[in-house]
Design a protein around this ligand. Structure first.
Ligand code: IVH
Length: 674
C-alpha cells in the first residue's frame, strides 16, 4: 500500500506536471527546462509502478499510449459536424457579408470573429464532469471514428479541464495538426531510414491519428486548437463565439492567439492580408481565414444551408500545392560530395511564389515517387521550406517515358559515385579534386558563422576555383592583389577589401575553425563541444574514437567522422592553414582531468537504481575519468547493472574489470572525499 507521503508526492507531481504541460503546450510559455519536466515525469511513473493504486487515468504518465485496438469503433456525433462554404476572392467575401446583412435585415456588418483556418484534422472532444471522455473524427459529419486512445496521447489536449465552472457535459471541437518543424523532422528521419515520408503536415496528422496502436501516435508531434463548442447546455452559456473561446482558454484548452473580432469588410480584408503575409512564419500550416458571426442570436437567425452554416465562411489562401511538369533532374554536388537530385520544373505559382526548382532529396525519394521523365508532379511550397515534389500523377505519364536513374559518375568531375551502406545519399568520391566540392567547401569556410570572410561570395568562388587560383581553403591566404584584380568585376578597392577580410579571419576561435573545416556531421554546437572538452586542436586531432564519444553529443557517427578527418590527407590542409598564420586563443577545458579517476576510461551499461546512466557518466567525468559508449582494450572499468548484456561479455573476454552499482557508489564516494 502506498504510504501517505507517496500519495501526497504523486498528487504534487501530477499538479506540477499538469501546470507545466499547460504552460508549454497551451500558453507557449514554459517556466522550467525540459529536463526538469522529464525528471518529474519519471519520478511519478516510478511511484505509480511501485504503488499501482496511485495510477490515475488522467495522470500525465498515461500519455504514452494504450494496447492496440483491432478497429476503431464508429460513433454518432451529438450534433452533426458541418463544413464551411468557401470564398476565393474579396468579392466573394463581400457577397457573404451582404447576404448576412440582408437576412438579418441590418445595414451595418455585424461583428465577426476572424480566425486562422487550420490545415489539420477536425475532431470532437467530449468532456464529462471535466474529464476527457471521448474523442472522435469528423467522419461523414454524422458519424465518426472513436480515436479517444490516440487523442489522449496529445499533450496539448487537457485530460482534465481546469477550474470548476464547466458544464457537466461539454463537446469541444477543434483541429489536430502537426506543426511544420515536427513534420520536417519526422520526414527527415523517415527518409534517412529509407521509409516513406508524409506528403504534407495534414496527411501526417491524419496518418498519426489513424494508428490502431496509440503508442505510435504518442511519438508523433501533434498539436491542437479548439475553435467551437458542439453540444453544450444552454443554461449559463455565453451569448457569443468570442466569449466561448475565452471560456475555453480559462478551462485550459488551447485556442489560437490569432483570433480577432472584426466589424467591417475592410477589417476582414486587412486581417486576411496580415495573416497571409505572416503565413510563412507561422509554426503550422493554415489554408485560409474563417469568419464567423459572433453573436449566437444572429447565428441562430441565419441558420444553415445544406451542410454548411450561413453564419460562417472560409476565405482561402492561394494553394501551397500545385501541379506542373518535370523538365529534367539535375544532380548537384555538395561540400561533402553528397549528390542531391533537384527537379527542374515548368514554372508554377505556388505558396505565393513562382517555383521552377524543387528538391528531390535523394535517390530513395526518386524511387519512392517512381519518377519518370516528363512526369506531371505535385509540388508543395509551405513556409520557408524549400519546395518539394510530393507526388506524381501517374495517370498523366506519357507512354514509354524512361524512369529517372542515378548518375554512375559525378556530373561535375566524373569521379566514380559511391553509395554508402545505410545512407540514402550518393556521393562523389572525387574529394577536393571535384570543383563542386571545392567550391562548396570554400563557401562553407568563408561563411559568417565559420571564418567570416566578408565579400567572398559565390560568384567570386566560382572564378577562383575555375581559374585554378584556389584549390583548397588554405590557398585563400596566399591570394595576391594582382590575382584578384584580374578577376571579372573586381576593382582595386574591392580586392583590397577582400584581402583585408581574409587577413582578419586569421584571428579566429577554435570552435569556428573546427566548424569551418567542414568535417561531416560537425555543426557549430558539436564544434563548441569538441573545443571545450579537449581544449586544443592537437588534442582533438590525437583523440581516438572512444575519447571522442565520451564528449556530450558526440556519438559513434560523429566520432568516426572526426577521427577519419584527422587521420586522412585532409589534415594536410589544417597544417597549411596554420602555416598561413590562422590562430586562435587557447580554450579552457570544461573537464577536470586531474581528478582521482584521471587516466581511467569507464563504460556504463545496464540498469542502475540510484541514478540514470547519463548521471553516472557525469559523476565519473566529474572525477576526471573518461567515459565511453563501447568496451574496448582501452576500457579500465565496466560498471554493469542488470541487462548489461553484450558489453559485459566483451569486458569479460578482454579481462576488463567489471563492477556493480554498489561498488561504483563506494568508489565515487571515496573519490569525492579523497
Ligand atoms: S469552424 C460550422 N473554425 O475547416 C463551422 N473550422 O471546411 C465548423 N477548420 O471541418 C468549423 N480551422 O476542420 C472552424 N478556425 C476554424 C477552423 C475550421 C479549420 C476546418 C474544420 C472544418 C473545415 C471546414
Amino acid at each position: 500500500m502506498a504510504d501517505e507521503a507517496s500519495t501526497a508526492r504523486a498528487r504534487e507531481l501530477r499538479e506540477h506536471l499538469e501546470r507545466w504541460n499547460h504552460e508549454y503546450y497551451v500558453l507557449d510559455a514554459p517556466s522550467i527546462p525540459d529536463a526538469d519536466y522529464d525528471r518529474a515525469l519519471r519520478e511519478l511513473a516510478e511511484l505509480e509502478r511501485s504503488f499501482p493504486e496511485l495510477i490515475d487515468p488522467e495522470s500525465p504518465t498515461q500519455r504514452v499510449g494504450a494496447p492496440p485496438l483491432d478497429v476503431f469503433e464508429s460513433v454518432a456525433h451529438p450534433i452533426p459536424m458541418l463544413s464551411l462554404d468557401n470564398a476565393f476572392s474579396e468579392d466573394e467575401l463581400a457577397a457573404f457579408v451582404r447576404r448576412i446583412c440582408d437576412r438579418l435585415d441590418v445595414d451595418e456588418t455585424p461583428e465577426l470573429v476572424a480566425e486562422p483556418k487550420l490545415d489539420g484534422i477536425a475532431v470532437s472532444l467530449i468532456y464529462r464532469d471535466g474529464r476527457l471522455w471521448r474523442a472522435a473524427t469528423r467522419g461523414d459529419g454524422t458519424r465518426g471514428e472513436d480515436i479517444t486512445l490516440n487523442v489522449r496521447t496529445i499533450r496539448a489536449i487537457p485530460l482534465r479541464l481546469q477550474g470548476d465552472d464547466w458544464p457537466a457535459e461539454l463537446e469541444v471541437r477543434g483541429e489536430i495538426f502537426m506543426p511544420r518543424a515536427g513534420f520536417e523532422a519526422f520526414n527527415e528521419q523517415a527518409r534517412r531510414a529509407g521509409e516513406k515520408p508524409f506528403v504534407n503536415p495534414r496527411n501526417a496528422a491524419a496518418g498519426s491519428l489513424r494508428q490502431l496502436d496509440s503508442s505510435i501516435t504518442a511519438k508523433r508531434p501533434l498539436d491542437f486548437f479548439a475553435y467551437a463548442a458542439g453540444q453544450h447546455p444552454d443554461d449559463g452559456w455565453p451569448a457569443s463565439h468570442w466569449e466561448v473561446l475565452e471560456r475555453f482558454r480559462g478551462w485550459g484548452l488551447p485556442v489560437s492567439r490569432e483570433a480577432r473580432r472584426v466589424a467591417s469588410l475592410e477589417a476582414c480584408e486587412t486581417y486576411y492580408r496580415e495573416m497571409e503575409a505572416r503565413r510563412d512564419g507561422l509554426a503550422f500550416d493554415i489554408d485560409g481565414i474563417v469568419y464567423k458571426v459572433n453573436a449566437f442570436a444572429a447565428q441562430r437567425e441565419l441558420g444553415f444551408v445544406a451542410r454548411a452554416p450561413r453564419w460562417a465562411i472560409a476565405r482561402k489562401f492561394p494553394a501551397q500545392e500545385a501541379m506542373t511538369t518535370l523538365l529534367g533532374v539535375e544532380f548537384q554536388v555538395g561540400r561533402t560530395g553528397a549528390i542531391t537530385p533537384v527537379a527542374r520544373l515548368k514554372p508554377v505559382f505556388v505558396g505565393g511564389v513562382t517555383v521552377s526548382n524543387a528538391t528531390l532529396h535523394n535517390m530513395d525519394e526518386i524511387a519512392r515517387l517512381n519518377l519518370h521523365e516528363d512526369d506531371t508532379v505535385v509540388v508543395r511550397r509551405a513556409g520557408d521550406v524549400i519546395p518539394q515534389v510530393v507526388s506524381v500523377i501517374e495517370e498523366r505519364r506519357r507512354e514509354n517515358a524512361p524512369v529517372v536513374i542515378a548518375p554512375q559518375s559525378c556530373p561535375v568531375c566524373d569521379s566514380p559515385v559511391e553509395r554508402v551502406e545505410g545512407e540514402a545519399a550518393l556521393r562523389c568520391t572525387g574529394g577536393l579534386v571535384c570543383p563542386a566540392q571545392r567550391k562548396a567547401s570554400l563557401r562553407h569556410f568563408a561563411a559568417r558563422r565559420a571564418m567570416d570572410i566578408d565579400g567572398l561570395g559565390d560568384k567570386l568562388i566560382e572564378q577562383l576555383v575555375d581559374r585554378g587560383l584556389v584549390r583548397n581553403v588554405a590557398d585563400l591566404y596566399h591570394l595576391t592583389q594582382e590575382q584578384l584584380c584580374a578577376l571579372e568585376r573586381m576593382g582595386e578597392k574591392s580586392a583590397q577589401k577582400l584581402l583585408g577580410a581574409i587577413e582578419k579571419s586569421r584571428q579566429t576561435t577554435l570552435p569556428r575553425f573546427l566548424f569551418a573545416l567542414g568535417i561531416r556531421e560537425v555543426g557549430e554546437a558539436t564544434a563548441v563541444s569538441l573545443a571545450n572538452h579537449l581544449g586544443s586542436l592537437e588534442a582533438i586531432a590525437a583523440a581516438d574514437e572512444d575519447t571522442l564519444m565520451a564528449i556530450p553529443d558526440v556519438g559513434p557517427v560523429v566520432a568516426a567522422h572526426v577521427w577519419g578527418f584527422f587521420t586522412s590527407a585532409q589534415q594536410e590542409v589544417v597544417a597549411q592553414l596554420r602555416e598561413a598564420g590562422v590562430t586562435w586563443p587557447d580554450v579552457e577545458r570544461a573537464v577536470d582531468n586531474d581528478g582521482p579517476l584521471k587516466d581511467q576510461t569507464w563504460v556504463v551499461s545496464g540498469r542502475l537504481e540510484s541514478c540514470s546512466r547519463d548521471e553516472a557518466e557525469e559523476r565519473l567525468r566529474g572525477l576526471g575519468a573518461r567515459t565511453a559508449k563501447s568496451v574496448s582494450g582501452k576500457t579500465t572499468v565496466l560498471l554493469a547493472g542488470p541487462g548489461a548484456g553484450s558489453k559485459l561479455a566483451k569486458a569479460e573476454s578482454l579481462g576488463v574489470e567489471v563492477i556493480d552499482e554498489a561498488e561504483f557508489l563506494r568508489r565515487v564516494q571515496a573519490g569525492a572525499e579523497g
